[in-house]
Ligand binder design. Structure first.
Ligand code: 9MR
Length: 334
């Protein structure tokens, strides 16, 4: 008698996928398949998988212009073996082209552009439920569209319309997404994205869904995320929160707030996003995807500016569900 009770362990998180009335996605790399903790948490909480980089041009196209699907196929197999939907990213992205495309005449360029999309989207036809067909087309500051190899050779809207048409041929059952970031953070960029979607749809591009990456800035004023989500819903298309994380880093800002204050702010923004997503009509809730499992898995922790302390994700370095995950689960339960 009299011995002090040990502090209660944090309450276990109910499986996110069981609570949420829509698929819960996660980004994945083949290296993580050997990590039992990662595998266990994925099986418990998630039912959709996006390859973090191994289904991109940088990994698939080889130096001689051939195709190497070894990593991409391992991710597809892992998804199938673990009852996870497969989500593909990314077919056409301004940030990735390949030397192979640089010196082709116009006829060959168009043929190889089409072949890339047909080969990659076609390979996972019937398994991939959706694809980021065009990734990040809007200029960084929100003023117009990005200039890139694809737009130079096929036209600003032309490269996107062509990509959607080719993807539709290759994977007719997949939902075809246009995907971008900073749409909630930067209203100007959000507005340009919406205008672009409207124009492409009018031109007949078979866009089937809208992706908002949601690398959230925790400084977004309250209400702004909700407003953007309502505007995004106007087209009646499925919406994918495709790459959620929320960095605590305050680059270029003088920041004297405590970590607790920042964590509270982070939670407020992530919960607002979850509630805005929950408020969508059921048919428009495609999936809600976290861009990494544990804080230490985040791409943000691999950036040179990182101080090794950022906490942008739902699970901590030890694989414990953070209060942020519990808040998200509660928002999905309402
Ligand atoms: O997190 C991804 C990182 O591992 C890759 O090296 C990088 C390049 O392929 O892409 C990162 O993911 C990006 C995503 O595909 C598009 N939106 C921004 C993401 C973070 O940079």
């Amino acid at each position: 008698c009299g011995s002090a009770e040990p502090p209660a362990p944090p309450p276990a998180l109910a499986p996110l996928k069981a609570t949420a009335p829509f698929p819960i996605g996660l980004s994945a790399m083949t290296g993580q398949f050997d990590d039992p903790q990662w595998v266990d948490l994925v099986r418990t909480h998630f039912n959709q998988l996006t390859p973090e980089w191994e289904m991109k041009m940088e990994r698939i196209l080889t130096a001689d212009g051939g195709y190497d699907f070894s990593a991409a196929d391992r991710i597809a197999a892992f998804a199938r073996d673990n009852a996870l939907r497969l989500y593909g990213t990314t077919l056409i992205w301004y940030a990735q082209d390949h030397p192979h495309f640089h010196d082709l005449d116009q006829t060959r360029f168009e043929a190889d552009y089409d072949r890339w999309i047909a080969t990659v989207a076609g390979r996972y036809r019937g398994q991939a439920v959706g694809w980021d067909v065009v990734n990040e087309p809007v200029a960084e500051n929100g003023d117009g569209l990005r200039d890139c190899l694809w737009s130079q050779r096929l036209g600003q809207d032309g490269y996107m319309i062509r990509a959607f048409e080719q993807a539709k041929l290759a994977a007719p059952d997949a939902v075809l997404f246009i995907n971008d970031y900073n749409l909630e953070n930067n209203p100007r960029k959000g507005a340009t994205f919406l205008r672009t979607v409207e124009r492409l749809l009018k031109a007949g591009a078979p866009i089937g869904g809208l992706g908002t990456q949601s690398h959230l800035d925790i400084e977004i004023p309250a209400g702004q995320i909700t407003r953007f989500m309502r505007e995004l819903a106007q087209f009646g298309l499925p919406i994918h929160v495709s790459e959620l994380d929320a960095s605590l880093r305050a680059d270029r800002r003088l920041d004297t707030r405590s970590r607790d204050e920042k964590l509270a702010q982070q939670k407020g923004r992530v919960v607002e996003l979850a509630e805005a997503f929950m408020a969508l009509p059921e048919a428009q809730r495609f999936a809600f995807t976290a861009w990494g499992l544990r804080d230490t898995d985040s791409w943000l922790r691999r950036e040179p500016e990182d101080d090794g302390r950022d906490q942008p994700l739902l699970f901590d370095a030890q694989g414990r569900a953070k209060p942020l995950a519990a808040a998200l689960e509660a928002a999905f339960r309402r």
